[in-house]
Design a protein around this ligand. Sequence first.
Ligand code: ZN
Length: 478
Amino acid sequence: MQIPSGPAAPGRTRVYRAHIFHIAGTPAQQEVASHLVSLPDGALVVDADGRVAWIGDFASLPAEHVDAPVTRADYLLPGFVDGHVHYPQSYATAAHGGGQLLEWLEHCIFPTEGQFADPDFAHRAARYFTRRRIAAGTTAAMVFGSAFPVAQDALYEETLKAGLRVVSGRGVQTVGPAAASALLTGEKEAISMVADEIDRWHAVDTGDPRTARVQVGIVPRFSLSVTRQTLAAMGELYDEARGKGVYFHSHLNENNRKGDGEIAAVLGAYGTQTYLDTYDGRFEEGSKVGGSSLLGRRSTLAHAVHCQPEELARMAETGTSIAHCPTSQLFLGSGTMPWRATVASGVNVSLGTDIGAGDEWLISRVAGDCYKVHISEPGDDGTALHPAELLFAATLAGARALDMEHAFGNFDPGKDADFLLIDKALWEPLDGMLTMGIRSDDEEQATLEELFTLLVGLRQPAIAGVYVQGRETIAPEL
Ligand SMILES: [Zn+2]
């Protein structure tokens, strides 16, 4: 198989001069405010291989870099990381008529995902999805995949050509309603298709999961779309694949409508004490162990809106991350993940668009919704997130969820230079807010206000450049 190479390395050292924000180091969630770096006239020096060689005030640029070409922008941020986005739902955002989760899946989602069986449709959708990611500055993503290998191949090919990062895996369903019939396979076939995708695509670009831009995961849609037999077979496969850096990704505790919502249906079908038990090898009646756990540092569960305390503790203990998707939760009426209790448990929380239940591709807008829903939680649970927490959730927490914090997520020297250039004049309202908005007389407070406005006020047209490993990404033609 021919592996597309993507954009060429920078070939020489370059300097990017802008107001730079990032969360430096490897802080715990509670410490991120003290790790916020703001360089109002900053310089990011990117070496010939696309790594961060130096970062600091432009006025202090080391002598060896003063002759390097300089690119200017208003702002420079780490690339956004989308912790949960459905590629086969690319065209299904803002779909009316679905209702809450289970009805929406049946009426809107299973039919749209069935279209990806057609190779021409799938290739066009892969190009569209890649264009949406570049427009939104999503340099890395945990991508919930299509059931169809032809569509997954198109996704990986387009991602490599464009120069983006991806973790994905075919969405596995072995049981489901009639509307999902095109997406279902037998048990054996399901596992062999996942194993084949791992063989053909996992770390295919570098051969090393610590450096690869393309990686693969085991991705059951959710517990209701598989059986105990599927979960047991996935556990066996993961025992073999975990050491190669293969991921696990699915949904957890999204919708608890009384009586017939997702959570009640899962607990009814499996007879377990918690929903998480089904992914933790404890999927037999009464949460007895029936197979191997799918949790770990390369595992992310989307939503986790209605978790029991022991589920949060178990995710924290195993290094499993949550992809928090507030925009999607508003759309499907799924409720609000309790922010304080969730982060207090120690579990890592990244942000996900959850396209297509989420109707917004831009992770900073998801961060804006995150701010709004948590300040609106009732009573003492309500909290106004710090601007540094929003930046962290949109960038470094996402890298941590992918177990790739060593490679990207901030501008610590030696990391890959994954970043966005933002020009406020490209989006008049952003220019208005940032240029004319009122600011505190206190310099530190004014900086936080500026970051908040930048994140919450940003819209796609103001993203002037999207870089991965120092290479400007290339959007495919449709
Ligand atoms: Zn989802």
